[in-house]
Write a protein that binds this ligand. Structure first.
Ligand SMILES: [Ca+2]
Length: 503
């Protein structure tokens, strides 16, 4: 009798587990801005990111995940599941993630930096708080060119006293979770602007890291490189890429210059630390709402670490601190190079330091064998397809009166289940027809000039363009063909224009 009731209980539990897993998951997509490949604790950093590390420990860590190397190109590709070159100037030939998930009954929320076509409420989101431009002063809300582009829903938003962007984004995200339509699953796109410049952070957070970077960028690179191997993020035999061109030797800086550089890196670290603290608040709210287990959390960066030092003169002249809203710090390429350890170069280039991001997927109800490291090549163009599959919704041929072009991503859902996912036949990369790449299997063509075997040489040390002349020519031809299809042949047109201008 007793064993029968146990058996019935087991069947009942099994049935409820199956039912639970069959519910459409909530999706929390967290995108950070200009964060490097090795900036998370679980990816080898000295920066404290315990909440994100816990997501990795309970989910999947993707080591070979890529993006479009810059803010707008990445966000366009992410939202549409199409190459940004296909969408540029004609965004209605695509359907955004929230528009598509809306067809499956999702409640769509966005908080953060938008920086692409239209406004979020025009493109499928039900709720929105954030700003429309590429960058913000974290304390005053002022945009790069002195404008204010914050919105609360459709309306301009007045920045309150004691504002700090990362914290306020989090407050609004939690409020929207509280106010969500509880009859529906939700999609929450939380696009933090940190650690994009200007490097602004709370004093306490900066002081925690102050002095930690006095050994300089070469030492930091070596330290992270060793930790990445130990964690299994990179294989033991992966060499460190060559330092970026024109990198200054740390020893060539004066003591004052070194101190200034320590301050800037401490501010950058503080911004990432703060994102982790704030994301912890969001996760706690999911737990207290009892919806954590059936929420897929994705965490990644929109491009590699940023080498553009646009620090403003008065900041240095007046010795302003990064917790002062009047300050405007950036860090230089040397720190960016270290933040992308062990990869080559940084933001905007199509080398691995430009297009690689840490990526973590965590979903207690939906990820088999959690705690895994996954080394397959994947791309943020894949999220559109992934979320469609999880929501059980098709990709339409038309949306409203608009014809929709083909989606390009491949769903990651099989990987979540522990199955093998088909490999991309190609990945096409292009920033402004200047920095380009094509990835096909183990081969990567960079800037139409260099050929690397990225399975054996991910740090892009050995250019095989001459040695593998046949493969090189084949990759060049394949790139031009894809550029014709995905970019109207603009790459070649630009090259011809440049040649004519020279003549
Ligand atoms: Ca960015």
């Amino acid at each position: 009798m007793r064993s029968l009731s146990h058996a019935l209980l087991a069947i009942a539990l099994l049935a409820s587990a199956t039912l639970h897993a069959a519910e459409k998951p909530n999706i929390l997509l967290v995108l950070v801005d200009d964060m490097g490949y090795s900036d998370l604790g679980c990816f080898g950093s000295e920066i404290d990111t315990p909440n994100i590390d816990a997501l990795a420990a309970g989910g999947i860590t993707f080591t070979d995940f890529t993006n479009c190397s810059k803010c707008e190109t990445t966000r366009t590709t992410l939202m549409t599941g199409r190459y940004h070159t296909e969408v540029k100037g004609k965004s209605r030939n695509s359907i955004t993630i929230p528009e598509n998930l809306g067809l499956a009954g999702y409640h769509n929320i966005m908080v953060g930096k938008w920086h692409i076509f239209d406004e979020p409420l025009q493109r499928g989101f039900d709720r929105y708080f954030g700003f429309l431009e590429g960058a913000t002063n974290f304390f005053t809300g002022e945009g790069t060119y002195g404008k204010f582009s914050y919105r609360l829903e459709n309306e301009p938003y007045e920045i309150p006293e004691d504002f700090y962007c990362t914290d306020d984004f989090t407050d609004h995200a939690i409020r929207y979770i509280d106010e969500r339509d509880r009859e529906k699953p939700f999609f929450l796109y939380l696009a933090y602007n940190a650690p994009h410049y200007p490097l602004h952070a709370h004093k306490d957070d900066v002081m925690k890291y102050r002095g930690r970077y006095k050994d300089g960028w070469e030492a930091l690179r070596q330290k992270r490189y060793a930790k990445m191997k130990k964690l299994g993020i990179i294989p033991d035999d992966m060499p460190l890429s060559e330092p970026a061109p024109d990198v200054r030797a740390w020893d060539s800086l004066s003591a004052d210059e070194q101190d200034d550089m320590d301050l800037r890196m401490a501010a950058y670290a503080a911004m990432i630390d703060r994102v982790d603290q704030q994301l912890g608040r969001v996760i706690q709210r999911l737990e207290s709402e009892n919806i954590r287990d059936n929420t897929l959390i994705i965490f990644l960066s929109d491009n590699g670490a940023c080498p553009f030092d646009r620090t403003r003169e008065p900041t240095l002249e007046d010795n302003l601190m990064p917790w002062d809203g009047a300050s405007y710090y950036c860090y230089p390429k040397e720190w960016a190079n270290a933040c992308n350890t062990p990869l080559r170069l940084y933001k905007q280039t199509q080398n691995e330091g430009g297009i690689s991001t840490p990526m973590i997927a965590n979903w207690p109800d939906g990820i088999a064998n959690p705690g895994r490291i996954d080394r397959q090549r994947a791309h943020l163009i894949d999220f559109h397809a992934t979320f469609r599959e999880l929501a059980g919704v098709d990709y339409p041929e038309t949306y409203g009166e608009h014809q929709i072009g083909p989606a390009r991503g491949i769903s990651l859902a099989p990987t979540f289940r522990g199955e093998t996912r088909p490999e991309h036949p190609y990945l096409y990369q292009n920033f402004s027809n200047k920095y380009t790449a094509l990835v096909k299997g183990e081969w990567k063509l960079v800037d139409y000039k260099h050929l690397y075997n990225i399975k054996k040489d991910r740090t892009e040390i050995n250019d095989l363009a001459e040695q593998e002349a046949e493969k090189f020519a084949e990759m060049q031809a394949a790139f031009l063909k894809l550029d014709e299809e995905l970019n109207g042949g603009e790459f070649l047109k630009k090259q011809k224009r440049a040649k004519n201008n020279k003549q």
